[in-house]
Ligand binder design. Sequence first.
Ligand SMILES: [Zn+2]
Length: 481
Amino acid sequence: MHESVHRETRRGTPAQWTALWCALGVLVITATSLTLAVVGMERDRHAQRDSKGAHVAHAASAGSAPAFEAPWGPPAPRVKMPSFRPCTFQNDTQDAGLVLLRGGIVYAPRHLGRRDVLVGGGRVLRIFDEAAEAEADNLLKLGLVTVVDVTDRLIVPGFVDMHVHVTGGGGESGPESKVPESRLSDLFKGGLTTVVGILGTDSVSRTPVELLTKINALNRSPMTAYMWTGAYKTLPEVPTVTGTVEKDIAFITPIIGTKTAISDHRSSQEDAAVLRNLVAQARVGGMLGGKAGLVYAHMGDGSAGLAPLLDVVDNTPIPITQMLPTHMGRTQQLVTEGVEWLTRGGAIDVTASSNAPNIIEQYNASVADMSRVSVSSDAYGSIPEYNAQKQLVGYDYARPDRLLAFLRTMVLSRNHDVADVLALMTENPARTLQVPKGRIEVGADADLLVLEPQSLEVVYSVARGMPVLTPECVAKDLFEH
Ligand SMILES: [Zn+2]
């Protein structure tokens, strides 16, 4: 195209009279514009083909494009890098548009019984009971459905984990003790399909901006990711993205609340007025952003326990549900106070450490309504090990399969009802966080796991309608090989 412009221009240059030069110039410009428009249209029309094919098509049809097409044509093609490495149900062939999980026992997390679950466009489209088996059969005749036989296996919601150090936690035993960031495949292997990213003690070498970047990356995969702004510190030092907790929650889509640390030797040791102000900011940010606007309070083992949070409840008009204390099994005092917190209408979160089954059983024995109790992994958080003299003797980090391990212990070793245990890691946290997750129902995001009934191993994981774990494959991020 540029060559043709050049030739035309040269042909015009020798003209001697200004008038003729101008007339020729106008002609050249008009002709060039038309040629450019037509060539441009053709290039865009054939953009989907390979370069050789497009070149041939362009040469053959440049002069015969219909005149009524918009000169700007369709958008130019972009070379798009995949944001993750996907899986399919049918190995090495593409899945059909719809997927039918056949013959599973659905826990939504409520027990529904034997159902076929139809997934398409990222959502649960239909849940067929046995009476509607013929309808499901009709669908198959259309040939648009990939059938996955999950006979007698459990179909449960993907786990909602509100405490995942996706950029890595730790660092409390020197710079070499910083935990590496999460890998996508490990999150999926742990049954997680919704995570809430979080910072910990270290919010100087790690920042909410870095965390938000990781959350954005996760959301470009089938994972759903939210985050807490802030870290252990409180006002005015809270690390944020925009400069204030209120604006972070109000304006940044994945930010649903802020973290803080209470009754911990690593916290800001703030006075009551500062904490009240932090909770107020989170509340108003949540109202402006249409979100929960929670203060997710890391509870340390300090003797004050929940007292600083109870002060906010007792001395402000802010409701108890604005604060969500976590690590609520850390001490026996916290369990006792947690029961009171629940009785007063608050919600609590318990870390899925090896002691979690005992803690949950204590809460279960003390409160009638467990719907405001959740369990989270604290994955990629550090696990320092101290001896009796408080000397560090070991160091490890929490793995993202802790919720799965907790489920197995509770159901297989302690004979709890699978629906009750699932609620702690699906429906309950989703309700507390006010995110549309954690349930299998028509219209909901298709975030589901297929579990082996005897071992509760994950056979399939589906996130936003896409298979991310199958017996042959697990979805990976770009740097996993
Ligand atoms: Zn943590």
